[in-house]
Design a binder for this molecule. Structure first.
Ligand SMILES: Nc1ncnc2c1ncn2[C@@H]1O[C@H](COP(=O)(O)OP(=O)(O)OP(=O)(O)O)[C@@H](O)[C@H]1O
Ligand SMILES: [Mg+2]
Length: 255
């Protein structure tokens, strides 16, 4: 393991595909393996922040201050199951506030420099758009994990994400790559879900993770308690699936 953090962004401009769920639960699975993990909540919805029991409305220093006022990211970090760099509702105004700044695409990358030796991994949760917040995440990242709902129409959006990544590589971050595509919300009872995975594999080959995340209500229940699913239901299938994914991602890194 190198001494500076490996940065992974979780991105898909489609909403509700399990970006936040995957960011948090994979982070906790990495922490169980002994890694030091920071989750950075770049979504103004603040769902990741809330999923660790922190109210985004009462956060004093958030990623807004980090991106717009260049406040140290340390001040936005709270320690829970993993460390969380918190979002707040005013993050919704960050894109406009940053729009006239020189180097606006690199604000997050710069903010990470101060803490990159404190963590083995930094995971970034992104909003469902390809705006400046997501561009900051993709510019700061070494790798991207793309959660995709197992439905035909969800997959079409991947082309747009790939185009954005090409632009990021050309202009901002030449080495950023997709680490893997993760089929989520997998309903094993439907033929459609199986067909959707087949189409995904035909188009993206071995970039599709072997792990699949099945549909279960545990994922909706855990955030209400301010917990990851690994803490909420440690022996359940949901927790198991993210531990499996952790092994797969950590294994890839060794290749
Ligand atoms: N495997 C799963 N089975 C059942 N429900 C799930 C699963 N994964 C996530 N969910 C639920 O689906 C909803 C969307 O998940 P999540 O918030 O992680 O998606 P998202 O991509 O981050 O959404 P957004 O684009 O709004 O940020 C949540 O209510 C979550 O609890
Ligand atoms: Mg989300």
């Amino acid at each position: 393991m190198s001494s500076t953090a490996k940065v992974i962004a979780f991105a898909n401009q489609k909403g509700g595909v399990a970006k936040t769920t995957t960011t948090l639960n994979l982070a906790v699975a990495f922490a169980e393996e002994g890694h030091r993990v920071l989750c950075c909540d770049m979504d103004p919805q603040g769902n990741l922040t809330m999923s660790q029991g922190i109210d985004p409305d009462t956060v004093e220093t958030s990623m807004y201050d980090v991106l717009v006022h260049h406040t140290s990211i340390r001040e936005a970090i709270r320690k829970r199951e993993i460390d969380v760099a918190c979002s707040s509702i005013d993050l919704a105004g960050a894109e406009i506030a940053m729009s006239a700044q020189i180097g606006r695409e690199r604000s997050l990358q710069k903010a990470f420099r101060a803490i990159e030796e404190d963590y083995d991994f930094i995971f970034i949760d992104t909003p469902p758009s390809l705006g400046l917040l997501t561009i900051n995440a993709l510019t700061a990242a070494h790798k991207v994990i793309v959660p995709v709902q197992c439905e035909y129409l969800s997959m079409r959006g991947l082309i747009q994400l790939q185009n954005t990544l090409s632009m990021i590589r050309e202009n901002l971050n030449p080495n950023v790559e997709i680490e893997g595509i993760l089929p989520t919300l997998f309903d094993t009872r439907t033929l459609h879900a199986k067909e959707a995975i087949e189409i995904l594999e035909e188009n993206f080959g071995d970039r599709v993770f072997a792990s699949r995340i099945k549909k279960t209500v545990r994922f909706a229940e855990a955030p209400v308690k301010g917990m990851s699913v690994l803490k909420y239901d440690p022996d359940g299938i949901a927790a198991h699936s993210y531990r499996q994914l952790a092994k797969e991602v950590l294994g890839n890194g060794k290749r």
